[in-house]
Structure formats: structure tokens, C-alpha cells
Design a protein around this ligand. Structure first.
Ligand code: NIG
Ligand code: FE
Length: 419
């Protein structure tokens, strides 16, 4: 017997339709496809009807079987939120770094002195796969409470073949066990581990010749990412790693131009990256090339906020025609939060994105940034029944009430997961 969920009469159904083939850019980012008094029907996990309340009543009458009806009146319904950039599989915690930074230490200097990412590498190496699964599932539970139904998860705290595989296997098991869908990215080039400090090229060789082939062979990731930054991986090393990933079917992504202007955005365009992320210091030329090549900018205003830096220039990128997505960057050093709705608030308040643009950025554009736009990211017939009911009468209220959790109900593949 089929399982039917009928979400009826939302004050605004935010479909974000019309962006499945290409991510939304410029003015299209403001077109969020609102249906007033809209309803959705999900059958066996997939959306089968989207439309007005009146049409929905007629449609539902033609169905056989038990119908779980959810009254959404007075609430808005959006696609399940998508977090396109996280580092959630790790051991340990780094609360002491906050105090160090408040006393004037810089994020990158803590890393260069062997702390930061390298500290999390030590604790992740010490953790078993099962411990990583336990710790990460707590983070995933919190994501769900904030309306997030799909996340990307990067490796990059193992930095040995076995420890990178351990992180990616943990993510794969969580994808099977947890309601949230997880898309994995191999990020062996997240930092040069201490044992290769004097010979970083040898570590790059290890990533290219041993890690990438094995990750691909075990089918543990869809993307390959690099921390391309002064003092971490050079443009040349990043290009070699991303090209090697491409040869093994891993689509490129880049941590680009975060701390200094380094040419990461230009490299993203050159290698045909799906996304370039961070971009606080991106050059005008980099923006131009990203727009031309269709590279998605994944902006992380929570990271800028937590590191007390000026955020990326989202307006410039949107006006230049770069498709923009938003993400938490959830990680233990520069962004310890699962609240994607708060990141949306920050995008409005610190980067002047509009309430409509931030919804596009956390739904269909984020889906494109992880290669899943044909499955999720909008409320359209044939997509997964991943939906969020927010206790708000209109979409502007989500950004007006900042840093509060307005999530009322989370539906994953038609099943109510949070209520
Ligand atoms: O995206 N910038 C590099 N990597 C992460 C931070 C990882 C960490 O500090 O543990 C980021 O901000
Ligand atoms: Fe990151």
C-alpha cells in the first residue's frame, strides 16, 4: 500500500521552482515560486502534486490508501534546507581556540603553529570509526532540528590514507543510518600534516597517487576539495590534486581566497569546479571568470562572523551573475554551528542578501553545489518529499526573527521526522 502525506494550505508554499537544470543567478535568485494557500502531496517518498489548496483537494480525492494530512495553515513550507559545505566528521573539540583568537591570535597562525585543523587531525586519528559515527550523528540530529535534510560532508581530518578512509566510511554509514542524506567530499588536501611539514610535495604525491585512487575505488566520495591558501596548498598543488580527482571521477570544489587573494576563484574556473567556497578576498577577475564558467559561490558568513572577519561581497557576486549558495561550513574551528537558519540571517544582515535570495541559496543553488538538483532543492513533482514547515506566516519573517528556531515540522521523503 502506498504511503501518502498531504501537507495542506500553507500560508505560503515556497516552491523555488524553475532552477533544476541550471542554478539560479542574478534576478532569478529572487524568484522563489510562492503559491499562496499552497499544498503538496508526497507519495512513497516523492512529490506527486504541488498546487493550490482547491486543486489539491480534488487531487487527493482521486487517491486510495491512508493519507497522513498535515495542516500547514498559518505556516510557510519550504524545500528541506541543504547545507552544501560541512566538515562534520571529526573527533575532539577546539573551544580553547576561541579564547586564543579573542586574545589576538589569527586563525591561520594557529594552524601554522601546529594547532587548528592539525589538532582536530590528532583527535580524529585517535577516534574509532564507531566513535566518529556517534559524535557526528549528534551533529546531524541538530541539523535536522534546524530544517536541514541534506548535507555535504568533507574528510580532511585524517590526513593519512587509513584515517581519511575512516572518516569517509563513517559518513557513508551515517548516510545509510540517519534520516539526513549525506554527500561526501574527499578533502585529503585540507592541511599538510606535521610528518610532511618539511616535504609538502611528498604529501601532495600521497594524496594524488594513493588516496584519490582508493577513495574512488571504494566509491567513498563524489567531490574532491582542496584548501588552496597561502601557507597551505599552492595554486599549482591545488590544480594537480583537483585534476587528479577529475581523472578518477571526483568533481572539483575549492576552498578559495579565504584569507588572502590567491587566485583560487580563477583556478576554480580553470578546472571547471562545481563550486568555489569562502571567497572573502576574491578578485574582480575571479568573479568574472566564475560567472563565465558557471562556478557556484558557496558563501559562509558564519565563518566570517565567528572569525570576526569582513564577510564575502555577496552583492557583487550576485550582480555579476555568479550563482550563490550559502552554508554553515560546520567544523570545530571556524564555524561550530548547525544552524543554517542563523547563517541565512547573517547573509541578510552582514552581506545584504534579501530574504528571497537566501532561500534560493540554501535550497536549489545548494543542491546544484552538491550535484543533487535533480532530486532535491525545490518543491516540484518528481523530487524527494523533503519539506520544512516554519512557524511563520511569510518568508520575510524567517529573516526578521533572527537567531530563533522557527522550524515547526521536518518531513524527509514524506515521513515526519521532527514535529
Ligand atoms: O572551511 N578553511 C579551512 N577549513 C575549514 C576549517 C576547518 C577547521 O578549522 O577545522 C573551513 O573554514
Ligand atoms: Fe570549509
Amino acid at each position: 500500500m502506498s504511503s501518502i502525506t498531504y501537507i495542506r494550505c500553507a500560508s505560503q508554499l515556497i516552491t523555488v521552482r524553475g532552477g533544476t537544470k541550471e542554478p539560479k543567478r542574478a534576478q532569478d535568485m529572487s524568484d522563489i515560486g510562492i503559491i499562496e494557500h499552497g499544498s503538496v502531496v508526497v507519495e512513497n517518498g516523492l512529490i506527486t502534486f504541488v498546487g493550490s489548496d482547491v486543486e489539491a483537494e480534488r487531487y487527493v480525492h482521486t487517491l486510495n490508501g491512508h493519507i497522513n494530512t498535515i495542516d500547514a495553515s498559518g505556516k510557510i513550507v519550504t524545500p528541506g534546507l541543504i547545507d552544501a559545505h560541512t566538515h562534520i566528521v571529526f573527533g575532539g573539540s577546539r573551544e580553547k581556540e576561541l579564547e586564543m583568537r579573542l586574545n589576538g591570535a589569527k586563525y591561520i597562525d594557529i594552524l601554522k603553529a601546529g594547532g587548528g585543523i592539525l589538532q582536530t587531525t590528532t583527535s580524529t586519528r585517535e577516534a574509532t570509526e564507531e566513535q566518529l559515527i556517534q559524535e557526528t550523528s549528534k551533529r546531524l540530529n541538530r541539523f535536522l532540528q534546524y530544517g536541514v535534510t541534506t548535507v555535504e560532508a568533507k574528510s580532511g581530518y585524517g590526513l593519512t590514507l587509513e584515517d581519511e578512509l575512516k572518516q569517509l566510511r563513517a559518513a557513508k554509514k551515517l548516510d545509510e543510518r540517519h534520516p539526513i542524506d549525506i554527500v561526501s567530499t574527499f578533502m585529503g588536501a585540507h592541511a599538510v600534516p606535521v610528518e610532511y611539514k618539511e616535504n609538502p610535495d611528498e604529501f601532495v604525491r600521497l594524496v594524488i597517487e594513493e588516496m584519490i585512487p582508493r577513495v574512488a575505488e571504494e566509491n567513498l566520495a563524489e567531490f574532491c576539495d582542496v584548501f588552496c591558501e597561502e601557507g597551505v596548498f599552492t595554486i599549482q598543488q591545488s590544480e594537480q590534486i583537483l585534476e587528479a580527482g577529475k581523472r578518477y571521477g571526483l568533481k572539483p570544489k575549492i576552498h578559495a581566497d579565504e584569507i588572502v587573494q590567491f587566485g583560487g576563484a580563477e583556478l576554480a574556473a580553470k578546472v571547471g569546479a562545481v563550486s568555489a567556497d569562502h571567497l572573502l578576498q576574491v578578485s574582480d577577475e575571479g568573479i568574472k571568470q566564475m560567472a563565465k564558467s558557471g562556478v557556484i559561490a558557496v558563501l559562509l558568513p558564519g565563518t566570517a562572523f565567528f572569525l570576526m572577519e569582513k564577510p564575502a561581497n555577496a552583492r557583487k557576486m550576485i550582480e555579476a551573475g555568479v550563482p550563490v549558495a550559502l552554508s554553515t561550513d560546520r567544523n570545530p574551528g571556524s564555524s561550530p554551528t548547525e544552524s543554517l537558519p542563523f547563517i541565512m540571517n547573517l547573509a541578510c544582515l552582514t552581506m545584504k542578501m534579501t530574504p528571497a535570495e537566501v532561500l534560493t541559496a540554501c535550497t536549489i543553488n545548494a543542491a546544484h553545489a552538491i550535484g543533487k538538483a535533480d532530486e532535491v532543492g525545490s518543491i516540484e513533482v518528481g523530487k524527494k518529499g523533503d519539506l520544512v514547515l516554519f512557524d511563520a506566516p511569510n518568508y520575510q519573517t524567517l529573516q526578521y526573527n533572527y537567531a530563533v528556531n522557527l522550524v515547526d515540522t521536518v518531513i524527509k521523503k514524506g515521513q515526519v521526522i521532527v514535529e
